[in-house]
Write a new protein. Structure first.
Length: 141
């Protein structure tokens, strides 16, 4: 059996990115939000409102996971859920004013994350790295 720690390294990078984002949010006085919540907030900043199903597709998450994440955001006052006017069976979600105020903070954190993750890495290496990751993902789909 080959000793290859590639998946460990990918997992470790994910953990460190998660910790980075969480700490940056906390440094700005925002608690109880994790990167998965950020995916929802970003999607809703790009679209005034989305059905729960469309939101799940957009952030590539299971609908039940999205429901749980949105419930937390509702509880914190960042989103609101309401029945679709055209189809009462469909729940839609949108940002509240409090949720929309997160845009500047999320953009700032995203830019800082981008700079730090690619620090000391050439443009060429970034391209190769992404291509290799895409191939690894494709190998499993």
């Amino acid at each position: 059996m080959s000793s290859d720690n590639t998946m460990y390294l990918i997992g470790r990078a994910r953990v460190l990115l998660h910790e980075f984002i969480t700490k940056e949010l906390e440094d700005k006085g925002i608690y109880n939000i994790v990167p998965s919540h950020g995916d929802i907030i970003i999607a809703l900043l790009q679209h005034e409102s989305l059905s729960m199903c469309a939101l799940a597709c957009r952030i590539n998450r299971d609908p039940s996971t999205v429901t749980t994440l949105v419930k937390k955001l509702n509880h914190l006052g960042y989103t609101e859920v309401y029945k679709d006017a055209g189809d009462k069976r469909t729940n839609r979600v949108s940002l509240t004013d409090k949720g929309r105020k997160l845009e500047t903070i999320i953009v700032e954190i995203s830019e800082k994350l981008y700079r730090q993750q690619w620090d000391h890495i050439s443009e060429h290496d970034m391209i190769i790295f992404r291509q290799v990751l895409q191939q690894i993902i494709q190998n499993f789909t």
